[in-house]
Design a binder for this molecule. Sequence first.
Ligand code: URA
Length: 215
Amino acid sequence: MAEGPAPDCSLCPRLAAYRADNAAAQPDWFNGAVPAFGAMDARLLVVGLAPGVTGANRTGRPFTGDWAGDLLYGALSDHSFAEGIYDKRADDGFRLVGARVTNAVRCVPPQNKPVAAEINTCRPFLTEEITAMPDLKVILCLGRISHDSTLRALGLKPSHHAFGHGSEHIVEAAHRPVTLLSSYHCSRYNTNTGRLTEEMFHTVMARARALADAA
Ligand code: URA
């Protein structure tokens, strides 16, 4: 079992202060360290960057209500990693099947930009998450920060495992081989600029499906 950070985690002073400001302005929002979504026995772990302020930070579920969630949860559904209708709410009844979703940084950062110290401070929770998943076969990292932090979480050097859209590295996680598959982040910025198309994202998700299904 990976417990993750407490909702009121205070390890990163800047993030805790930002959460407190958001809680003062929007007391009905979640405004805490966002827990992972999905069962521990999943074969696929998706690692995003950090909650968006009006999305996961508001709803309390990764990517939920964030623009990036529409593309992520649509692709997970299309590749049979989810059941039900994703309706941008933590209580929408949407269920992940064989997949779990978390973030490299669990608290919303100002301007969507965690600093290096925050990424480092949150990393033990990512290590804990990865090592507590007994059936894990593939980690899908969304963006370079997720890619690099996941490698470091496994004690590996990013300089030896290049990031690219669709890049794959076989790595050791809790003494088992796991494929670290990476994608450009499915953010609004990347899709608006054409760096990532829906088709490109679906191709990566199809690869995650194949890797998760491989014996
Ligand atoms: N919302 C998340 O929870 N994570 C991201 O990486 C982006 C949006």
